[in-house]
Design a protein around this ligand. Structure first.
Ligand code: NAP
Length: 285
């Protein structure tokens, strides 16, 4: 199969590595010439260019640019594509992307591989990034079944765990488990660094261990991605943040009133709920 990848960064580069390794012809398009040269030198693409012309024979094209440029990229790309080409993106928000692209390209299916690292760019790309990780596709009732079938096969060939859902449901779910945690974790770091006593702050730096590492990880990631989540999933993220603030207030009230039984009830509920979200063993730290 001829597979196009637009945006050879962490996600696009990782897709290129796996799909090229499987024997597909991979055609890369990226903004900078040096990135295209680098991708060819690494042997993860067959062709790479800064223009879209080489994609005229692509069976499937993955849009892997930052969210903010996906729409304008599609406008420049589609004059080069045969109408049979399946177009998909990897953006972490789906509703606005699907709403913008599906009307102009019926063979478009929104996608979101739920895998990544704190790094970005082609240097961060790695083999098997998507293996055993969720990969969400958000086809519409109008999406041609053959396009869904072909993309499904590619996603499964990456070893990913496929989920199909509505774009709006995707955005609501990721607001809870991905976008809210980024903002909560960022505010945790902000709170810690606002400690006015430099001696206490230095001691906190020295004492921080696995508990702080776990809870601060996503707040210390790529700022551009965080801004894009907030911009494109603004309504759902604000709704989640408002609910979060209510729960934080409830915890504060329990502590202010020294209502330890109520606090214990809440922490017991969260202890019981957590394993349904994550299956790793609980840490004591
Ligand atoms: P990234 O590492 O920064 O890669 C994006 C690449 O796109 C850059 O390397 C850049 O390549 C290229 N690019 C930027 N603007 C472009 C343009 N106008 N035209 C063509 N190429 C352009 O970012 P990423 O983490 O892979 O994220 C890419 C997409 O994946 C985003 O939509 C994001 O929502 C989604 N996503 C990210 C993660 C994650 O954890 N990082 C997880 C799931 C989904 P040059 O070097 O050529 O400038």
């Amino acid at each position: 199969m001829n597979i196009g990848i637009v945006g050879l960064g962490l996600i696009g580069g990782s897709l290129a590595i796996d799909l090229h390794h499987q024997g597909h012809t991979v055609i890369g398009v990226s903004r900078r010439v040096t990135t295209c040269q680098d991708a060819i030198a690494r042997g993860i693409v067959d062709i790479a260019d800064t223009g879209f012309a080489p994609l005229s024979e692509a069976d499937i094209v993955f849009l892997c640019t930052p969210l903010g440029v996906i729409q304008e990229t599609v406008a420049q790309l589609i004059p080069h594509l045969p109408t049979t080409t399946i177009l998909t993106d990897v953006g972490s928000v789906k509703q606005p992307i699907v709403e913008a692209i599906a009307p102009v390209w019926p063979n478009f299916i929104g996608g979101h591989p739920m895998a990544g690292t704190a790094e970005s760019g082609l240097d961060a790309a790695q083999a098997n990034l998507f293996a055993h990780r969720p990969y969400v596709l958000t086809p519409l009732d109008s999406t041609p079944p053959v396009a869904i079938q072909q993309l499904t096969e590619i996603v499964q060939s990456l070893g990913a765990i496929l989920y199909l859902c509505k774009p709006s449901h995707h955005d609501q779910a990721v607001a809870w488990i991905s976008h809210l945690p980024v903002m909560v974790s960022a505010s945790l770091i902000q709170s810690c660094i606002s400690e006015p006593d430099p001696n206490v702050l230095q001691l906190a730096h020295q004492l921080a261990s696995s508990g702080f590492r776990d809870t601060s990880r996503v707040g210390g990631g790529n700022p551009e991605l965080g801004v894009m989540m907030a911009r494109y999933n603004r309504v759902e993220l604000l709704r989640a943040l408002a609910v979060y603030r209510q729960h934080l207030d409830q915890l504060m009230l329990c502590i202010e009133h020294e209502d330890w039984p109520a606090l214990e009830t809440q922490l017991t509920q969260t202890q019981q709920a957590r394993p349904r979200f994550v299956d790793e063993p609980l840490s004591n730290t």
